[in-house]
Every structure is written in structure tokens, then in C-alpha cells.
Design a protein around this ligand. Structure first.
Ligand SMILES: Cc1cc2nc3c(=O)[nH]c(=O)nc-3n(C[C@H](O)[C@H](O)[C@H](O)COP(=O)(O)O)c2cc1C
Length: 192
């Protein structure tokens, strides 16, 4: 049975505007069943041809360490000296890391559709998580393209990492930065 029993009383538009990318997390663990329930909401993203080109790799507990070490191995000597311990500590105190992977279609049109739908899936996941009080940040650090990191993470040739998601209960929620009014970017054509 789904663990998502919370009845939302907030309008979807409020949820969308209220969600923030979270970068400071509490260490409280997140149940794996809850993450899979959230993913099962997220997979209702639009997907052309019902290709569902996504796959997920979830890192929790001790398995976070080799992933963090693989990330640190991609650093320069100077970065390792300066940042390694701090990054390792940060990575290890976040309860869960989810790698969202897309199967890369060699055809451009399908590739673009698939990248778009995996992005929709990630936003669905962020919103579903936010609804139950869980924070997420979608990361696209340079190391996600590094072959040694990809291999250590379990990503196969022909797959693209669309996002590394850090997941946990928020320790701090940043203020939202205002968006430009859509009217400033809207061209309306009504008459000929
Ligand atoms: C495709 C994509 C990649 C992102 N990559 C990063 C990242 O590498 N590091 C990071 O701190 N935030 C990343 N973010 C989160 C954005 O920085 C964040 O959405 C933006 O600052 C607006 O904040 P908000 O999500 O709280 O509204 C990414 C967001 C998207 C959509």
C-alpha cells in the first residue's frame, strides 16, 4: 500500500510556487518505500510514445560513501586538498541521493522528447516530495559527465545522468527568488 496518505489541501499552483531547492538537510533517514511511492507519482510525467526512458539508482546508508569518493576522485589536486573532506561530510549527511538516468536515443527528435520527459519526471518528483515535507535539489555538477564517476555510479554506456537529486527533510528553506512576470515574455497574436 502507498505510504502517501497525506491529503493535500493546497492548490497545485501554490505547491509549485512554494517549492524550493533544498541544500541544507536534516540527517533524519527517509524511508525507501516513501521514495519509491514518490517515484510512482513522478512516473506519470508525459512521455511521448510511452517510452518511459528513465531509470533510477538510489544511494542510501553506507553506499553513499563510495559514490562520494567517486565524486572526489574527479577533483583536481587543489580541489581535493581544499574541498574533499567538506564535500564528503556534506554528501554523507544527506539521507538519500537519487541518480535519474535517461536511455539516450540516437535519433535527435526522440532524444529531445526523452530529455524533456525525464525533466518533467524530476519536477513531478520534486513537487510530490515537497507536498509531504521532503526537500530535493536537482544537481548537474560537471562530474556527472566524468567516465569514472559514471562507472562507479552504475550508469551504463548509452545512458545519460539527467540529475543527481539530493533528498532529505529540509534543515533550512531559502527564500524564493522572484520570477519575471510571464507577460514580459509573452507575445500575443490575436488579430491578423
Ligand atoms: C536542470 C537543472 C540543473 C540544476 N543544477 C543545479 C546544480 O548543479 N547545483 C545547484 O545547486 N542547483 C541546481 N539546480 C537548482 C537551481 O539552481 C534552482 O532551481 C534555482 O536556483 C531556483 O531555485 P528554486 O528551485 O528554489 O526555485 C538545477 C536546476 C535545474 C532545473
Amino acid at each position: 500500500m502507498s505510504t502517501l496518505q497525506i491529503q493535500s489541501i493546497r492548490a497545485l499552483s501554490e505547491l509549485i510556487k512554494d517549492r524550493r531547492s533544498i541544500r541544507a538537510f536534516r540527517t533524519d533517514p527517509i524511508d525507501t518505500d516513501l521514495i519509491t511511492d514518490l517515484l510512482n507519482v513522478a512516473v506519470w510525467a508525459p512521455t511521448h510514445g510511452l517510452r518511459e526512458p528513465w531509470r533510477f539508482i538510489l544511494y542510501k546508508g553506507d553506499a553513499r560513501k563510495p559514490l562520494a569518493e567517486a565524486m572526489i576522485r574527479t577533483y583536481t589536486a587543489e580541489e581535493k586538498e581544499r574541498l574533499a573532506q567538506q564535500k564528503l561530510d556534506y554528501f554523507m549527511q544527506i539521507p538519500a541521493h537519487l541518480i535519474v538516468v535517461m536511455k539516450e536515443d540516437p535519433r535527435q527528435k526522440q532524444w529531445e522528447e526523452d530529455y524533456a520527459c525525464v525533466s518533467c519526471l524530476i519536477q513531478n518528483f520534486q513537487l510530490a516530495a515537497w507536498e509531504v515535507g521532503i526537500g530535493v535539489v536537482w544537481k548537474t555538477n560537471p562530474f556527472i559527465h566524468n567516465p569514472s564517476f559514471r562507472e562507479a555510479a552504475g550508469v551504463q554506456p548509452g545512458e545519460k545522468i539527467v540529475g543527481l537529486l539530493h533528498i532529505g527533510y529540509p534543515e533550512q528553506v531559502p527564500a524564493g527568488r522572484p520570477r519575471t512576470d510571464a507577460r514580459e515574455k509573452l507575445t500575443i497574436k490575436e488579430t491578423i
